[in-house]
Design a protein around this ligand. Structure first.
Ligand code: ADP
Ligand code: MG
Length: 288
C-alpha cells in the first residue's frame, strides 16, 4: 500500500493518485471533478462554564470523483479523537469554528439530501414497515406511490432485504436494521454517504457481511462513501484510501492508498497481504 505524506492530502498539495485498480478507465487526477473539499477545518466545542474542547485542528483533504465507480474513504483514529466531529461538519450538522466544507464546489451551511448519514444507532421508524421506512425520503418529496415502490424494492434487493419488505424493524436483527438504515439513505441517491462506525454494534460475522455488502454497493451505485472507524481491520478491508488521524484534536497524519481485497470470505483476513496492511496501520495509529 502506498503512503503519501499528510501534506499531500491538503488541497494545496499535490495529491497522489488513489489506487487505480478498481477504476474501469483511469482518468488523469486533474480531470476528475471535485466531490468534496474540506479546507482547514477547525472545531472547538464551547464548554458552558467548563473548559472548551478542541476536537478538530486544521483538517484539509480533497476527494475527487472516480467516474462510474464508487469509492470508500476511511477516517481511522483512536476513540475520542474527533472523527464524528469531522463527519458532522461535512453533514452540515455542526458549523465549523474555522474553515469550510464544499460539496461539488458548493459551500455547505447546513444538512442536505446530497449527504446521507448512517450512524451506529439504528435509526428506522418503528411504526413503519421496512419498505415504508425505505420509501420515506421519496414520500417527503411527493414521489408517486408506484415509483416509490419500484425504487424501494430495487434498493432493498441491493441490501439483501427484499424478503423483508413487509416486516417491522422490531422483527429484524441488528444487521438487518442497519441494512434498512443504509437503504433509507441510498434511496435519496446522495452524492456522499457519511457513515459513522455504522457496524460497531454488530457481531463479527454480521459485521464482515455488512462490510462486503458495502463494498459491492459502492461499486454498483457509484457512491462516494466517507466511513469513520477506530477498527484497523475494517479500514483495511473497506478502504480505497485511509486517512489516519491523530489523537484529539484530530489532525491528518497520513494518507494511504489501500490495495483492493476482492475475496468476500473471512479467510482473506488471515492472508499475509491483509495482515501486513493491518500491521502498518496499527503502527501508524497507535504509535503516535
Ligand atoms: P470520535 O468520534 O473520534 O470518538 P468525537 O468527534 O465524538 O470523537 O469527539 C471528539 C472530542 O470532542 C471528544 O473529546 C468528545 O468528548 C468531545 N465532544 C464531542 N461532542 C461534544 C459536544 N457536543 N460538546 C463538548 N464536547 C464534545
Ligand atoms: Mg465517534
Amino acid at each position: 500500500m502506498a503512503e503519501t505524506p499528510a501534506e499531500a492530502a491538503s488541497p494545496a498539495g499535490a495529491a497522489a493518485a488513489p489506487a487505480a485498480a478498481t477504476a474501469p478507465a483511469p482518468t488523469p487526477e486533474s480531470d476528475r471533478p471535485l466531490k468534496l473539499r474540506v479546507q482547514d477545518l477547525h472545531v472547538v466545542y464551547r464548554g458552558r462554564g467548563g473548559e472548551d474542547v478542541e476536537a478538530v485542528r486544521g483538517v484539509s483533504f480533497d476527494i475527487l470523483d472516480k467516474p462510474h465507480i464508487g469509492e470508500i474513504v476511511v477516517f481511522l483514529g483512536p476513540s475520542g479523537c474527533g472523527k464524528s466531529t469531522i463527519l458532522k461538519a461535512v453533514a452540515g450538522l455542526l458549523p465549523p469554528t474555522k474553515g469550510q466544507v464544499l460539496v461539488e464546489n458548493q459551500l455547505i451551511d447546513g444538512p442536505g439530501r446530497d449527504r446521507g448519514m448512517v450512524f451506529q444507532q439504528y435509526t428506522s421508524f418503528g411504526w413503519l414497515t421496512v419498505q415504508q421506512n425505505v420509501e420515506y425520503g421519496l414520500r417527503l418529496r411527493g414521489i408517486a406511490e408506484s415509483e416509490r415502490k419500484t425504487q424501494a424494492l430495487k434498493i432493498l434487493k441491493a441490501v439483501g432485504l427484499e424478503q423483508f419488505a413487509g416486516r417491522y424493524p422490531k422483527e429484524l436483527s441488528g444487521g438487518m436494521k442497519q441494512r434498512v438504515a443504509i437503504a433509507r439513505t441510498l434511496i435519496n441517491q446522495p452524492k456522499l454517504l457519511l457513515m459513522d462506525e455504522p457496524f460497531g454494534a454488530l457481531d463479527p460475522q454480521t459485521r464482515w457481511e455488512m462490510q462486503g455488502m458495502l463494498i459491492d454497493i459502492s461499486h454498483r451505485e457509484d457512491n462516494t462513501i466517507l466511513f469513520v472507524t477506530h477498527d484497523v481491520s475494517e479500514a483495511v478491508y473497506l478502504a480505497d484510501t485511509v486517512y489516519v488521524l491523530s489523537k484529539r484534536p484530530a489532525r491528518i497524519l497520513h494518507r494511504i492508498d489501500m490495495p483492493t481485497f476482492k475475496d468476500r470470505s473471512l479467510a482473506v483476513k488471515a492472508s499475509p497481504a491483509f495482515r501486513q496492511c493491518e500491521e502498518q496501520l496499527l503502527g501508524l495509529v497507535y504509535s503516535q
